[in-house]
Write a protein that binds this ligand. Structure first.
Ligand code: AMP
Length: 418
């Protein structure tokens, strides 16, 4: 029989990479927590319409990349390709727009699914941490969101980051701009690949996403939305950028940045990690003041947020961060028959909040010390028959080899103080 394999593009995260993964996820969530963003959980699948209407019919995500199937009740279901549409769906269903204390600030973490061509940094199942601030339109809030994302990435230890920013104006600015952009694209009608040509009638801005041969060159001369937004949207954007620059965030203005999802209005941004090659976007986001209405809410309900990719951040970090060790203290039973005595000491250490481990299966002391080294532990606590009889242990510093004897009752205190 063949050994079964997993699905292409759906990676397994195993140690030691899984440790870096957890380190990144924790750093992102910690930045969100410091900003007052409370962790929520929404389902990994939603009615297909949530994404079709939320993310937008013109996008690659909806047209080509969704995992969509009919469930046994004949409903069309889609595995979430991104987080925002589902979070807003949940907020509207819970009546959040009518709650008193806005903005509501939420954070999420989890798995997302896109049927893309798997390559380094691009998978079919990937992981994001995201935040959403719902119910307020204020440049200070946009600046808070962008800054928290920047600091979340720095918190992982990642350096060499850039931040690209743009404004997409308000939806009322769009029809006139779409007309202009379509008039420009008419001049190249014969050179546009079929998917760009088809989509431009739904949303010509999607042409900025296309990397098809010749398209970026055409788009380099295209009229820019940022030149056609209202003065109010422009001032809003300038204030967001001013606040970020005052915090020392080195941002770059990128008037071609539209991002691949239809729901963005005003602020859009992307964090990039230098050295990642083609897939260098580690996260991005923006404001989406029209999304709630797309999902059926009767009046505008604004929001702004980001999603940071865990997988790509892990890739960008490489071995730059030393993930935390599995154990701090490894209890070694000098005589394998003392494994059960070690068990009680390990339990005591763990209860005191000290990550501790021991060996199993009756190994010799030398093999146990090897395991202790591999676990990354700082200290080995050794128990021999003589020590047990005298009610003491030997504490060995695994880096220096230094040893000292400690009374059994004092082990936790001795270990905690180094
Ligand atoms: P998006 O939801 O497209 O705005 O993407 C936000 C972030 O999620 C990106 O910057 C990536 O870090 C990550 N991401 C998106 N799609 C993938 C994918 N297919 N594989 C790995 N990471 C992804």
């Amino acid at each position: 029989m063949d050994i079964l394999k997993g699905i292409k593009g759906a990676p397994d995260w195993l140690p030691p990479d899984a440790r870096t993964f957890n380190h990144v996820e924790t750093a992102f969530l910690e930045a969100a927590r410091l900003g007052g963003y409370e962790r929520i959980r929404t389902p990994v699948f939603e009615p297909t319409e949530v994404f079709a209407r939320g993310v937008g019919e013109s996008t690659d995500v909806v047209q080509k990349e969704m995992y969509t199937f009919d469930d046994k009740g004949g409903r069309s279901i889609t595995l979430r390709p991104e987080g925002t549409a589902g979070v807003i769906r949940a907020a509207l269903e819970a009546g959040v727009p009518r709650s008193g204390s806005l903005p509501v600030k939420w954070a999420y973490a989890g798995e997302f699914f896109r049927y893309e061509r798997p390559q380094a940094g691009r998978q079919r199942q990937f992981n994001q941490v995201g935040i959403e601030a719902l119910g307020a339109t204020d440049p200070v809030l946009d600046a808070e969101v962008v800054l928290l994302g920047w600091e979340a990435l720095l918190r992982t230890g990642l350096r060499d980051l850039t931040l690209r920013m743009n404004t997409l104006g308000d939806r009322v600015d769009r029809p006139a701009y779409h007309e202009r952009l379509n008039a420009y694209l008419d001049r190249f009608a014969d050179d546009l690949p079929p998917d760009v040509a088809d989509r431009r009638h739904l949303n010509p801005m999607r042409a900025f996403d296309s990397k098809a041969p010749g398209v970026p060159e055409i788009m380099a001369g295209a009229p820019l939305l940022s030149d056609h937004v209202s003065s109010e949207a422009k001032e809003f954007h300038e204030e967001v950028c001013r606040l970020l620059e005052a915090e020392g965030v080195p941002l770059t203005h990128d008037p071609q940045l539209v991002r691949g999802l239809d729901y963005y209005t005003r602020t859009t941004f992307e964090y990039q990690a230098l050295g990642l090659g083609a897939q260098n976007a580690v996260g991005g986001g923006g404001r989406y003041d029209g999304l709630a209405e797309d999902l059926g809410w009767p009046e505008p309900f604004p929001g702004v947020g980001w999603a940071l990719g865990i997988d790509r951040t892990v890739l960008a970090l490489g071995d730059q961060v030393a993930p935390p060790p599995r154990a701090e203290v490894f209890v070694v039973a000098v005589d394998p028959s003392l494994e059960s005595v070690a068990f009680a000491l390990v339990a005591e250490l763990r209860r005191a909040g000290i990550p501790a481990d021991q060996s199993f299966g009756g190994r010799r002391m030398k093999a146990q010390l090897k395991l202790a080294d591999r676990s990354g532990a700082r200290l080995a606590v050794m128990l021999g028959p003589d020590e047990v009889a005298r009610d003491v242990v030997t504490v060995r510093d695994l880096a220096t080899g230094e040893q000292r004897e400690v009374a059994r009752a004092e082990v936790v205190a001795a270990v905690a103080s180094g």
